[in-house]
Design a protein around this ligand. Sequence first.
Ligand code: PGA
Length: 236
Amino acid sequence: MPHDVNTTPLGDRPYDLILFDLDGTLIETAPEIADAVNDTLLQFGYAPASQQQITDWIGHGTRELLIQALAQATHTTADAVRGSAQFATIEAAFGEHYLRRCGSRSQLYPQVRATLTALRAAGVRLALVTNKEARYTQAVLAAHQLDQAFDRVVCGDTLAVKKPDPAGIESCLQQFGVAPERALFVGDSSIDVATARNAGIAVWVLPYGYNMGQPIAASAPDRVIVDVSALLPTAF
Ligand SMILES: O=C(O)COP(=O)(O)O
């Protein structure tokens, strides 16, 4: 049953831990991801992919996105790309392109910086749980001066599993000694909703992010919010 934030008596600070997705939730990253993917495709002689197509591949980590792009460009399957002799070389080139592009065309969504600052000042623990690999996550956060904004950052390659496995959320609950009913996940995709459900915590979503081309309301989050300022204590 959905967690009803309006009738649950959780006190002045409804959540002790708020966990955020990154791409499409806190930062619009799709334009520079597309630049890096297309830098790579062009370098290896393949046709570029469209911005919309690349945006719709976001969600399972940047490595998986690159695999999808190569599968389309070479008219083969994702498994064939993973098993190809050249993939490691292409992935290394992509890494250089993406690290160079990080911060070039990404931007924080409205209210993000002010909301994170206010939540932290209110004593709420903040975590980032993203499927983006650690070296790219750190580069994006640093480019936007968010590298000190979180009490914990769990990336796609931090643990042996990634979202929708609940291990990232559970690891944060354990680290901060927070019960599931005192934690909230904030994301933009059905992967985020499934991750929160798997961990047994509430989930609110932003409608402006990346949900693999599907309407986010269809994944039945507890709330759809206009921007992250809905998380501020006065808004609960
Ligand atoms: O890197 C991705 O594909 C997704 O990243 P996210 O989990 O922050 O949305």
